[in-house]
Write a protein that binds this ligand. Sequence first.
Ligand code: FE
Length: 201
Amino acid sequence: MTVHAAIEAAPNLARLRSFVTDLADLIDQGDDEAAILAGGHILLSRLVATDDWLPEIYAQPNPERYQQYLLHCDSRERFSVVSFVWGPGQSTPIHDHTVWGLVGILRGAELVESYVRKDGVLFCTGENVLHAGEVEAVSPKIGDIHRVTNGTEGVSVSIHVYGANIGAVRRAVYAIDGTPKPFISGYANSHLPNLWDRSRP
Ligand code: FE
């Protein structure tokens, strides 16, 4: 690889750095969930509008299952930013989050099936295909249970933001009959991207 090509290939981490600092500023303004989701929607839409910043190691699919890479966690665990990477045919179980979340599609597309649970029974309330550049919200207040499936024949990548350190949150996956099973997702990676080396562009 030439020096020029190496420079061209360097991910533009400043975009992710700006996103996490803008999100921290937004959350500093108050804990009103609707305001955070509205402001966060704008910020995440801006982040996923340009696909030049995600390091390739956080966009790698795994043939066994979808991947969940932590990109950043707020020092007070008020929010976390995660890249989800889907190989062909991969999907999540039906699951909840228990905190607010925003999903933005960076590459490809995702099929989202939404559910409500009443008296222990799950009801599917709709299906939605999200394409690159689109953003959707979840939360216990507006609808928190869904299943997400790769909507393309290739690899899809989405960027998620949650109102907690989501990999450590005790939540649930659900069997199709509505039976919950406790779930803590963790993360696929043990190292995070270095957003803070300001000697780089
Ligand atoms: Fe989800």
